[in-house]
Design a protein around this ligand. Structure first.
Ligand code: GLN
Length: 549
């Protein structure tokens, strides 16, 4: 018999940035804990066709999926929480929806009809949601609509959800993640903004079934009743969501207010569920809170500053991956983010001594590059564990060419197209794309296989020969220089199966504690119960350094 799919739409009220993505992941996790098959979707209302063309300081990290689609960071968070793999069918933007509708119109798929914003845009959205549920064979599909209710740009997505609800009233429900301020001068939690947000949602024809009340502190009974009365939801459907130490506490917290019972009841899932089992997850959340011994890691990047604020969102998967591997070693990770530009002045390099390990994540363009190269040289010469991701691997290779091979002007053509030593060159198939300014979604993207060399640092981490990792780059180690680099001691311990693309560069264990860079992004394959082997090897080296200090 065909499965009856159920859908939960998660929308934001009052303000953004209060953890709607994590709330969505947590709802899905909790339902998974009740034995349901669950999948997640994210809808981003901006016009970009994907997230790949946005500056990370603008919209956080770009999460690359297995199939190469460049999406929002929430997608990678869903994957980590649920331990599932998502694909392009689980993500959409206004741009991508319009793009498909226009393509269909050009292909005469609307059979001569006048194609209109309503109904054709919401219909495309509905078709996509149903397809994703079907593909995952999901009992429940949890769909996060980006932004905050009342924004003009999300209205067509709410319209799609409303239309689904009319057709399948028993299968659709709405959760609003709202924010309740406690103004310092007033000293009392205020529900009024949430009441207004619910009215705004009502004006789109939608009534929330559950309200998740984000705040600094827990909701009291009085506030629950007030929200219930004025927002038209049952008091037991108002879920208290105070700030927490770690995002891994959130599923347990929501369940304390019995959110899954509220969902099961609303969607009529009683016959499909078992009692809640979040034990493994709760034990994990508890364990990481009690860790005492530290490991200190510095991340040297450039996407930290937004005005007067420092934002680490651009590197969220990297940060989580460091944490997972540190937790697996029963250590508390202490992370510092430092702007690469600080190290253009070599005097500042001494600051790095106090760290147990240094990481340079992916990036683009020129800013901060010389600082990063100085950092890499310093870690190499001072035997400090270094882990480079993508750009961090390309720069490791350039630093080696400059300071060991003596090719002082070695560079990547991304920065210096006229360098006499293009150690990092544009991939042949990329040249045309750059010439045509065809930038969107055209890098080497998604999962590709790699073959590891036995006896290397990388091999001893993975303990296997064949791997597959996610990529996102336009440039690569120039094959014309690999022999010279290898003769000078650098090891390319992983390549593409045809041997052409260098996937990992490293120094042997007897030369350095850990000096390794990956052309791919291992951070997209790490999760709480399966930390990535290379991150773990890096953390182990950092701990070795800590012991020796
Ligand atoms: N800018 C480099 C490239 O495009 C590295 C990309 C990255 O770090 N993701 O090849």
């Amino acid at each position: 018999m065909k499965k009856e799919h159920k859908y939960i739409f998660v929308v934001g009220g009052v303000i953004s940035g209060v953890g709607k993505g994590v709330a969505t992941s947590s709802i899905a996790k909790i339902l998974q804990g009740r034995g349901l098959t669950v999948t997640n979707m994210k809808i981003d209302p901006y016009v970009n066709v994907d997230a790949g063309t946005m500056n990370p300081t603008e919209h956080g990290e770009v999460c690359v999926l297995e199939d190469g689609y460049e999406t929002d960071q929430d997608m990678c968070n869903y994957e980590r929480f649920l331990g599932i793999t998502l694909d392009r069918g689980n993500y959409m933007t206004t741009g991508s929806v319009y793009e498909s509708v226009i393509r269909k119109e050009r292909n005469l798929e609307y059979k001569g009809k006048c194609v209109q914003v309503v109904p054709h845009i919401p219909q495309e959205v509905i078709d996509r949601i149903k397809r994703a549920a079907e593909k995952a064979n999901a009992d429940v599909t949890v769909i996060e609509i980006g932004g905050t209710v009342g924004e003009y740009e999300s209205i067509l997505f709410l319209e799609a959800a409303r239309l689904m609800k009319i057709k399948h009233p028993k299968d659709i429900m709405f959760v609003m993640v709202s924010y309740l301020p406690v103004p310092a001068k007033v000293g009392e939690m205020k529900t009024k903004p949430t009441q207004h947000a619910v009215r705004l949602l009502n004006s789109a024809g939608i009534q929330p079934n559950i309200i998740i009340a984000r705040s600094d502190v827990s909701l009291d009974k009085k506030r629950k009743e007030k929200i219930s009365t004025f927002c038209n939801v049952l008091p037991e459907h108002v879920i208290s969501a105070p700030d927490v130490e770690s995002i891994y506490d959130i599923p347990g917290n929501f369940e304390r207010d019995h959110i899954s019972d509220a969902i099961v009841e609303t969607l009529g899932l009683q016959d499909r569920v078992k009692p809640s089992d979040l034990n493994k997850w709760k034990r994990y959340a508890q364990k990481i809170k009690n860790l005492k011994d530290e490991v200190h890691i510095a991340i040297i990047g450039k996407y930290f500053d937004t005005g007067d604020f420092v934002l680490s969102d651009a590197y969220i998967s990297v940060i989580e991956s460091i944490k997972f591997s540190a937790y697996a070693q029963n250590k508390k990770p202490v992370l510092s983010w430092i702007n690469a530009v600080d190290f253009e002045d070599k005097k500042n390099l001494r600051k790095l001594k106090k760290y147990d390990g240094i990481l340079v994540p992916g990036g683009f363009g020129e800013r901060g590059i010389e600082g990063k190269l100085n950092v890499i040289q310093y870690t190499r010469e001072n035997n400090i564990p270094y882990f480079g991701l993508c750009y961090g691997m390309q720069l490791l290779t350039i630093e080696y060419a400059r300071n060991v091979l003596g090719l002082k002007e070695a560079n990547t053509v991304e920065i210096d197209p006229k360098t006499p030593h293009p150690i990092i060159d544009v991939m042949p198939d990329q040249k045309e794309k750059l010439k045509d300014k065809n930038y969107g979604g055209t890098m080497r993207l998604g999962a590709y296989p790699g073959v590891l060399k036995k006896g290397t640092v990388a091999y001893s981490a993975y303990k296997q020969e064949n791997i597959s990792e996610r990529h996102r780059h336009r440039y690569e180690v120039n094959p014309e220089y690999t022999k010279q680099l290898e003769d000078a001691g650098l090891v390319f311990s992983c390549t593409s199966p045809d041997g052409v693309l260098m996937e990992i560069a490293e120094l042997p264990k007897d030369k350095h504690m850990f000096h390794l860079g990956t052309q791919f992004h291992p951070e997209f394959h790490s999760s709480p119960f399966e930390p990535h082997p290379l991150f773990t090897a890096f953390i182990k080296a950092a701990l070795e350094r800590r012991r020796q200090k």
